[in-house]
Ligand binder design. Structure first.
Ligand SMILES: [Zn+2]
Length: 294
C-alpha cells in the first residue's frame, strides 16, 4: 500500500503508555456502593444505560470478579513516541478516510462528513460505550463518536490470524470509520430502534447487515482513495480479503458486551464479508452498500 501521499489526520488521540486505566480512578475495588446508587438513579431519570454511565467501572468489575482488592494495571512503558511508524501510518490512513468521506459523503448522500477521532491505547482505556480492552478488538462507539484501537490487534492479525500488511490494517480502520459513516447517515440509530422490536435472532441478523455494510463502505473508501492517491499495490486486495476472512467473530465475540458497540456482535460469514468489500471496491458508491435490501 502506498499511503505516503494521503493527508495526515490530526484526530489521532494517543493514550498509549498511560497505564491500563487511561486516567480511570483505579484501585480500591471499583466504585463504592454510593456511587453505584447514584449511577442507577441518574440512569433511571435520564434513560441512559447504567453500563454507559459506569463506563470504565466494567474494567474493574470484570478483572477482580468482585470483592478482592483491585491491583492497578501497570503502565506498559514510557509515553508513546508521537513519531513512531505505527502512529504515523494510522494518521495517514485516518487522514485518507477523512479526505475521501469529506467529498464522497456529501456528493453521494447530501450528508456532511464530520471526522471521528481515533483513540490508540494499550491494554485498557475508557470509552463512551464502557471500558475498552484489547480483547474486544477495534470498535466504534456511537456515543462519543470515536474509534478505539489497541495496536496489539495489528500484531495479533499478523501472528494469530495470518493477516497483516499495511492495506489489511487500513481496511480495519476503514471498516470502523464505515460505522461512523453509518452513524452520520442515521443507520445505527434506525437499526438500534429496529432491534428493540425483534427477537435475538433477528437482532443478530440486523447486526450482520450493519457489519457487512461497514465492509462495503471500507471498499468505497479504498476505491476513492485509490483514485486520488493510487494507494493500491499488487496483492493488497487479496490481503484485505484474507483479513476479512481471518478476523471473523472469534476474537470479537470474546468481548464483554458493551452498550451499542457494533463490533461486539457477529460479523457475518467470511464469504459475505469478502463479497461486500469487493462490492464497495468495484463501485466506489455508498448506494451499492445497501445490505439491508439484498
Ligand atoms: Zn464492525
Amino acid at each position: 500500500m502506498q499511503y505516503e501521499n494521503t493527508p495526515i489526520s490530526s484526530n489521532v488521540e494517543d493514550r498509549r503508555g498511560q497505564g491500563g486505566g487511561g486516567g480511570l480512578p483505579m484501585g480500591g475495588g471499583g466504585l463504592g456502593i454510593g456511587a453505584i446508587i447514584v449511577i442507577f438513579a441518574i440512569s433511571y431519570f435520564t434513560g441512559i444505560s447504567p453500563q454507559v454511565l459506569m463506563g470504565g467501572a466494567e474494567i474493574i468489575a470484570s478483572h477482580n470478579g468482585g470483592g478482592a482488592p483491585q491491583t492497578q494495571p501497570v503502565s506498559t512503558g514510557p509515553a508513546a513516541d508521537p513519531n513512531d511508524p505505527m502512529r504515523t501510518f494510522i494518521a495517514h490512513v485516518l487522514g485518507g478516510t477523512e479526505a475521501v468521506w469529506a467529498t464522497v459523503l456529501p456528493e453521494q448522500t447530501g450528508v456532511q462528513y464530520t471526522p471521528a477521532p481515533l483513540v490508540l491505547y494499550d491494554g485498557a482505556t475508557r470509552s463512551g460505550c464502557g471500558g475498552a480492552r484489547s480483547a474486544m478488538g477495534p470498535f466504534y462507539c456511537p456515543i462519543d463518536k470515536k474509534v478505539y484501537l489497541d495496536t496489539s490487534f495489528f500484531r495479533d492479525m499478523k501472528t494469530k490470524y495470518g493477516g497483516g500488511g499495511d492495506f489489511a490494517y487500513a481496511y480495519v480502520i476503514a471498516h470502523e470509520i464505515g460505522h461512523h459513516v453509518q452513524d452520520l447517515l442515521g443507520i445505527l440509530d434506525k437499526v438500534d430502534a429496529a432491534k428493540e422490536r425483534v427477537g435475538q435472532t433477528q437482532a443478530n441478523a440486523l447486526s450482520v447487515r450493519v457489519e457487512l455494510m461497514a465492509d462495503c463502505l471500507a471498499g468505497v473508501w479504498a476505491a476513492n482513495a485509490n483514485q486520488k492517491w493510487q494507494i493500491l499495490e499488487p496483492g493488497d486486495i487479496e490481503k484485505a480479503l484474507a483479513t476479512a476472512q481471518a478476523i471473523g467473530d472469534d476474537r470479537l465475540q470474546t468481548a464483554a458486551r458493551g452498550y451499542a458497540v457494533p463490533d461486539s456482535f457477529t460479523h457475518g460469514s467470511a464469504a459475505a464479508r469478502q463479497q461486500w468489500l469487493t462490492t464497495g471496491l468495484k463501485s466506489g458508491q455508498v448506494a451499492s452498500c445497501d445490505t439491508f435490501s439484498k
